[in-house]
Design a protein around this ligand. Structure first.
Ligand SMILES: Nc1ncnc2c1ncn2[C@@H]1O[C@H](COP(=O)(O)OP(=O)(O)OP(=O)(O)O)[C@@H](O)[C@H]1O
Length: 517
């Protein structure tokens, strides 16, 4: 049949004109319907073609984007087990361009150590309809190992059953190798850190020993009481305030407290407030920013920051200038401070141990030391007793120093003449243990053989001050004891010579710290 085509209204075309058709409506209407249907069919086909073209172009664009990102797309139909794989996926897994693929092809490529993990992750994802992310190795035909990182999800039918696994895979070999190298580097750094920490412990031990800080020597009652206080306060975080004359071992005590505390794995930080010019103490304690003042060309970490997590020993605290006492009080109260030249508030967890040989209550009276700071420091006071109040410790201390110098100087001094030891015990020791140590060092240098020759003028009474009554009494008793060859009671004994009962002499000797050895 010849189908007339109508192009424009009123324009006859072919065998029948439009106006004729109008007139002969009955005949024309079915034809018009037919024409419309034919037109619709054509339009549908054209639309479908266009849609297919669009889809092809979108797929192409998507493929290009994925290729540019180095990602390979794939889709596994769970019913047929067939896999659609993009060119990049084929490239990654080493498959030919038109090779028919099933899940088995992929599974065979996976490194046998990772296969179980991959299969169970995917099974779990299918079962629970959830997304999956995997990292595993594949082995290519030449034996080359490649790391693949895959992410994907499950497509479900309308009834909720899983029908398809879709994902993207990328080559993560370089990233993985980087991670492995980083892991190795971290493991190495960790082992180096442990090694350093052991070396640090070892060196600290050495320094501690070399500086004579091995132990506090003495078994007298005052030393016993002092060590008992150390034992009680050390494990707490409380501030400790050590007082005592110069050379009585205050620093040694501070070390003992730190070493018995929970902070002992860190080094105790020390500041000598008397040794630093007052202009520098602030930056020493709290640090400073670069350019905080003329000449401050670098940033400096303060001792409080350094001592974070450890103990800070503030030696000669009585010499701290007044304006810094206020700042110190603030740190002691709330642990906060600022670096010089900065407004940023810093916080440090520091246990403070302060020491002085000055009379702080007097300084408070005079107005040279802040009263509130004194009370803040004086939480747990410990006094290091002067050597003249614990003379019974002198032989033990003397021998310990002789042994130390024997080792240090390669000497073998074995004996100390009795009169020398007597002299040591009688001396008033204004410089305390430090003076005794220095004196022994000097004597060791001057002695030749195995006997320590303490040839110090006026050793019997080197202090040019008037001797105390105790000193006079001690000397007198010692003289009597020497004469009686240390026989205390009985005929010819020291008690008889001194005109006192044996028991009285015994208790006097105890009080004055007189013993034969
Ligand atoms: N009980 C002790 N046992 C062993 N050595 C001690 C003892 N007391 C002090 N010393 C030694 O005496 C010397 C001085 O001690 P230290 O520096 O601790 O005294 P100090 O009281 O802090 O002195 P200063 O007030 O001058 O700062 C050090 O060599 C120390 O090892």
């Amino acid at each position: 049949m010849c189908i007339p085509l109508v192009v424009g209204e009123g324009a006859p075309f072919g065998a029948v004109s439009f106006n004729d058709l109008q007139r002969e409506r009955e005949w024309a209407e079915p034809l018009i319907r037919r024409l419309k249907m034919v037109a619709q069919t054509f339009a549908g086909a054209i639309q479908r073609k266009l849609l297919e073209k669009d889809l092809r172009e979108s797929a192409l664009r998507l493929s290009m984007v994925m290729d540019a990102a180095g990602a390979g797309g794939w889709s596994l139909c769970l019913d047929s087990d067939r896999v659609w794989a993009s060119n990049r996926t084929r490239e990654l897994f080493g498959f030919e361009e038109f090779e028919e693929l099933t899940s088995g092809n992929f599974e065979l490529r996976i490194h046998e150590e990772d296969r179980g993990m991959v299969v169970s992750t995917l099974e779990d994802a299918v079962e629970n309809r959830k997304m999956f992310a995997l990292e595993y190795r594949i082995v290519l035909t030449g034996g080359q190992v490649r790391w693949i990182s895959t992410r994907g999800h499950i497509r479900c039918r309308e009834d909720g059953t899983a029908c398809r696994l879709m994902g993207l895979s990328v080559d993560s070999t370089e990233k993985k190798q980087g991670e492995l190298r980083l892991k190795e580097a971290l493991a190495e750094a960790k082992s180096l850190r442990e090694q350093l920490s052991h070396e640090n412990d070892y060196l600290r031990e050495q320094v501690f020993r070399a500086s004579g800080h091995d132990s506090i020597i003495g078994s007298s009652a005052p030393v016993f009481d002092m060590l008992e206080k150390v034992r009680m306060v050390a494990p707490t975080d409380s501030t400790v305030f050590i007082t005592g004359e110069t050379g009585t071992g205050k620093e040694l005590l501070a070390h003992a407290i730190h070493e018995q505390s929970t902070r002992k794995s860190r080094v105790m930080v020390k500041v000598n407030c008397a040794a630093l010019p007052s202009a520098l103490i602030e930056s020493e304690l709290f640090g400073r920013e670069k350019g905080a003042y003329t000449g401050a060309i670098t940033q400096q970490i303060g001792r409080f920051e350094l001592a974070d997590g450890s103990s800070l020993f503030l030696d000669e605290i009585g010499d701290l200038p007044l304006e810094l006492q206020t700042k110190l009080l603030r740190v002691l109260q709330d642990g906060q401070f600022e670096r010089l030249g900065s407004h940023a508030t810093l916080h440090a967890d520091v246990r403070v141990i302060a020491a002085t040989n000055r009379n702080l209550p007097n300084m408070v009276q005079e107005g040279t030391f802040r009263e509130d700071l004194f009370h803040r420091l004086n939480i747990f006071p410990i006094e290091a007793p002067p050597l003249r109040e614990r003379r019974e410790d002198i032989p033990e201390l003397t021998w310990r120093f002789v042994q130390q110098f024997n080792r240090k100087m390669g000497r073998s001094v074995e004996s100390i003449p009795k009169p020398a030891m007597k002299g040591l015990k009688n001396y008033s020791w204004p410089g305390n243990v430090r003076e005794l140590r220095n004196l022994i060092e000097r004597a060791m240098i001057m002695s030749q053989g195995k006997t320590l020759c303490i040839d110090i003028p006026n050793l019997e009474c080197p202090c040019h001050e008037l001797p105390t009554l105790d000193d006079v009494e001690r000397n007198h008793i010692l003289e009597a004891l020497e004469k009686s060859q240390w026989r205390i009671g009985g005929a010819g004994g020291a008690a008889e010579a001194l005109g006192m009962a044996r028991t009285t002499l015994n208790s006097r000797m105890k009080k004055l710290g007189i013993s034969r050895f």
